[in-house]
Design a protein around this ligand. Structure first.
Ligand code: F6P
Length: 368
């Protein structure tokens, strides 16, 4: 058993629905189950690295109200850069792990629960290793690309948003005899597009893991129209590249480039190849917000309780995870290897094909 008196909890990386529910479960279990103090670190690792560190002591009565039901994270989060490699104005690179260790010492933390995606797990585990602080991870991301777990907090709610978007697009597509392209998030992986597309009745789903051709997508649209369908729904993951393998991105005014824009590339190509009337919707950050779904709240609650129990048992460097129908834990080293792509043998690929959903096809090999 570990000798814990003060537990830190933080959220790191992009927000999603269900984070407050995890913080609540961690707080309830740590205080009611073990009598520890719980400090909520503000704005992710940034709050610990500030001098003085920024935090809020958490109590169970804080969660009597609406927090379980609220999206976002009331602690704040940060998704900017890597504190182990911060580029300074003079071009030099700084490692802020000593600042992190100082924050841990100042607050007297005995262990940390970090709620984050695969990138955050990698960064926070290095920071904790250097600060000699026991860490337990809780996976969260709408992208659902964390290794070791079938579900990450936030994914289920994002799927409901995508499904609802398709429910809203279908009647307008049918009324105007249009093809609707819905571009969804997911960085370089297609879990949101595949799952949301099936749930929302898409005709075509394009994900970064499976190749496609414009001719193939156009053929499928023409087939549907020839069969008497008045409209079609296309879901595309933001990380899908152009047919010839170029990344599509949006440049903001600071020159920073973000994922997005593949929907408009498809529109241009498909108008040319099909003559159909096409509209594009980029769903964007609404996928991260909203009331957490029941599934996300169940996941968050199970994860929070299990994470605190792992801390109590001194079982550090582990991440809580969901497999089959229950919560387990896996070594962090299995998680920090990069994003988890859609497996070509994922049963949902079979389901989609079984429903007649077009998922792309191999490009013809160039002739010698
Ligand atoms: O990783 C989660 C995610 O929502 C991605 O799906 C998306 O590409 C990205 O974050 C957006 O990040 P930002 O908050 O920087 O706009």
């Amino acid at each position: 058993m570990s000798n814990i008196k003060k537990l830190g909890v933080l959220t790191s990386g992009g927000d999603c629905a269900g984070l407050n529910a995890v913080i609540r479960a961690v707080t309830y279990r740590a205080i009611q189950g073990y009598g520890w103090k719980v400090l909520g670190i503000l704005d992710g690792t940034a709050g610990l690295m500030d001098d003085p560190p920024r935090f809020r002591e958490l109590s169970t009565d804080m969660f009597d109200g609406r927090l379980l039901r609220e999206g976002g994270t009331f602690l704040g989060t940060t998704s900017k850069g890597d504190p182990l490699n911060v580029r300074m104005p003079d071009g030099s690179v700084r490692d802020l792990s000593p600042e992190f260790a100082r924050g841990v010492q100042t607050l007297g933390l005995d262990a940390l629960v970090a709620i984050g995606g695969d990138g955050s797990m990698r960064i926070v585990s290095k920071l904790c290793e250097r600060a000699k602080l026991g860490l337990v991870g809780v996976p969260k991301t709408i992208d659902n690309d964390v290794h070791g777990t079938q579900w990450a907090v936030g994914f289920a709610t994002a799927l409901s948003v995508v499904t609802e978007a398709l429910d809203r697009l279908q009647p307008t597509a049918a009324s105007h005899h249009r093809v609707m392209i819905l571009e969804v998030m997911g960085r370089d992986v297609g879990h949101i597009a595949l799952n949301g597309g099936i749930a929302g009745g898409a005709d075509i789903i394009l994900i970064p893991e499976l190749p496609y051709t414009i001719a193939g997508v156009a053929r499928r649209i023409k087939e549907l129209l020839a069969q008497g369908r008045t409209h079609a729904l296309v879901v595309v993951a933001e990380g899908v590249k152009t047919e010839d393998g170029k990344k599509v991105s949006i440049q903001d005014l600071t020159g920073h480039s973000r994922y997005g824009g593949i929907g408009y590339y498809l529109l241009e190509q498909l108008v040319r190849h099909t003559g159909a009337e096409i509209r594009v919707t980029i769903l964007g950050h609404v996928q991260r917000g909203g009331t957490p779904s029941a599934r996300d709240r169940l996941l968050a609650s199970s994860f929070g309780v299990h994470a605190v129990d792992l801390v109590a048992q001194g079982r550090f460097n582990r991440m809580v995870a969901w497999r089959e129908s229950g919560v387990i834990d896996v070594p962090l080293s299995e998680v920090t290897i990069g994003p988890r792509a859609v497996d070509p043998n994922d049963p949902l690929i079979r389901t989609a094909r079984g429903l007649g959903i077009h998922l792309g096809e191999q490009r013809a090999k160039p002739r010698d």
